[in-house]
Design a protein around this ligand. Structure first.
Ligand SMILES: [Zn+2]
Length: 206
C-alpha cells in the first residue's frame, strides 16, 4: 500500500470520516502551509506522554506528569456516597460543566447496541464491578446510571442493571436519571439546566 493510501486508511478509521474525506485530510496535510503537520506531530507526542487513563473512573485526563488517578477521583471533598456511570468522556464533561453533581464517576467507554452478541466486550463491565467493590467500604450508597435516553442507552442501562444486581442492598441503591432528559436526548448535548433537572428527578431503577 502506498503511503497516501496508508494515511487515508488511518483517517478513514476515525468516527464519522468517510474514505473521500480521509483522502482530503491527507492532501490537506501534504499541501500544508500553516504548520498543521508540525502542530499535529507535536500534539500527538505530548498526548502519548501526558494523557493517562484514570485507574479508577477510566476517563482520559491530562496531567503535568503521568499519574494513574485523575483530579476528580483524587478529590477528597467530593461526595463519596454517589457514583455516576456514564458512557463516554464527553458525558462526563457535560455533567461536570453543569455543576449539578459532586460525586464520583465511572466511564463505561461505550454503549451496547441492541442485539449485540458480546455486550461484555462493549463496555468496561469488569472494571465497573471492581470499582464498586472498592467504593463500597468508602461509603458508596448510590449508583446513578446516566446513559442516553435513546434505544442504545436504554439497552446499556438494562445490561448494567443486571450486572449490578448482586451489589444491590438496602444500603446501596441504583437509580436512573429522571425524565428531564427527553427521549432521544444525548447527555453530551444536554444543557446544564436539563442535566440538573434529570439529576434531581432521578429514580430507583425498576
Ligand atoms: Zn478518575
Amino acid at each position: 500500500m502506498n503511503l497516501i493510501d496508508k494515511l487515508s486508511k488511518i483517517f478513514g478509521a476515525f468516527p464519522g470520516v468517510g474514505p473521500r474525506q480521509a483522502k482530503r485530510f491527507v492532501y490537506f496535510l501534504l499541501s500544508d502551509k500553516r504548520g498543521v503537520t508540525a502542530g499535529l506531530r507535536e500534539a500527538l507526542a505530548l498526548v502519548e506522554k501526558k494523557i493517562s487513563r484514570c485507574k479508577f473512573c477510566g476517563r482520559y485526563f491530562n496531567g503535568e506528569t503521568k499519574t494513574d488517578i485523575c483530579a476528580v477521583c483524587s478529590d477528597k471533598s467530593r461526595d463519596h456516597s454517589i457514583l455516576m456511570v456514564v458512557a463516554k468522556d464527553f458525558d462526563f464533561e457535560a455533567i461536570e460543566k453543569s455543576g449539578a453533581y459532586n460525586g464520583f464517576y465511572f466511564v463505561l467507554g461505550g454503549t451496547i447496541p441492541i442485539l449485540s452478541d458480546k455486550p461484555e466486550e462493549r463496555v468496561r463491565s469488569k472494571e465497573l464491578s471492581q470499582e464498586i467493590k472498592r467504593r463500597v467500604p468508602e461509603g458508596l450508597k448510590e449508583i446513578i446510571l446516566a446513559l442516553n435516553a435513546n434505544p442504545e442507552g436504554e439497552n446499556t442501562t438494562l445490561y448494567i442493571e443486571k450486572l449490578l444486581t448482586p451489589f444491590k442492598s438496602k444500603d446501596l441503591k441504583i437509580t436512573v436519571l429522571g425524565r428531564g432528559l427527553s427521549t432521544g436526548t444525548e447527555l453530551e448535548y444536554a444543557d446544564p439546566l436539563t442535566i440538573k433537572e434529570a439529576l434531581s428527578g432521578r429514580k430507583p431503577e425498576r
